[in-house]
Design a protein around this ligand. Structure first.
Ligand code: CA
Length: 229
């Protein structure tokens, strides 16, 4: 190989190398810009907020922001959300009167989800003042490990209800769970689940913004602050 050819071959090698480096940098910048775009928004703006008519609502009804959780008492992530994100969210926005909080049942885990939802609707009807205590205690009862085991039974919801309402009328609660009205209220929640295309639990909505990652507290805060403007 003459020295001229060698130099040319060396040049094209460098050209290939430079091109490869430029492509890597371009791809990296694209990935970074995509990530920051998602992170800046943190949520997807929909046409409307879920209706909270006939739903449990905590907080000042005059609040400008409505926080809605689509949840399932059988869902481990919902329990985790309630224990990690919720306490801070409640302290910062619900207790201060800036936002209300509502919970809508999702039935992604079969019969046990239905039992939890029927109990939840029935407790709201019979003992509205004790609803949120029942709600929290039912999540507390979800096993930390082996959450696929059957635990959300009629016996369990009656036991939990009795723990929050010492003079509970168990027969009345069971009868209310079996009434058509309770099924209709669970059916209303299902309509909302379909209307808002809920694909995972928990799904958190701040007014009409569906939060991409429910554990991203900064994204939740940003959406609330936007709603408060
Ligand atoms: Ca409901």
């Amino acid at each position: 190989m003459s020295s001229k050819k060698a130099a040319k071959a060396g040049g094209s090698r460098y050209f290939v190398l430079y091109t490869a480096i430029i492509i890597v940098i371009a791809v990296a910048l694209f990935v970074i810009s995509q990530q920051s775009k998602g992170g800046d928004e943190g949520g997807v703006s929909l046409d409307s907020a879920p209706s909270t008519v006939a739903q449990p609502v905590m907080g000042d009804p005059a609040a400008k922001v409505s926080i809605v959780e689509f949840g399932d008492y059988k869902c481990p992530s919902c329990k985790a959300w309630g224990e990690t994100v919720w306490p801070q969210l409640k302290k910062d926005y619900v207790d201060t009167g800036k936002a209300t909080f509502s919970y809508i049942n999702v039935l992604f885990h079969g019969e046990e989800s239905v039992t939890g939802a029927l109990a939840s609707e029935s407790m709201l009807k019979l003992y509205p003042d004790q609803f949120w205590n029942f709600h929290k205690k039912l999540f507390d009862e979800q096993p930390d490990n082996d959450h696929n085991s059957t635990w959300l039974t009629d016996e369990k919801v009656l036991e939990v209800a009795n723990a929050v309402v010492p003079d509970l009328n168990k027969e009345q609660l069971k009868a209310t769970m079996d009434m058509e009205e309770a099924s209709k209220l669970v059916g209303l929640d299902e309509i909302l689940v379909n209307q808002f295309n809920i694909e995972g639990t928990p799904t958190i909505m701040i007014n009409e913004v569906q939060i991409t990652n429910p554990f991203d507290y900064e994204a939740i805060q940003a959406a609330i602050e936007q709603g408060l403007k």
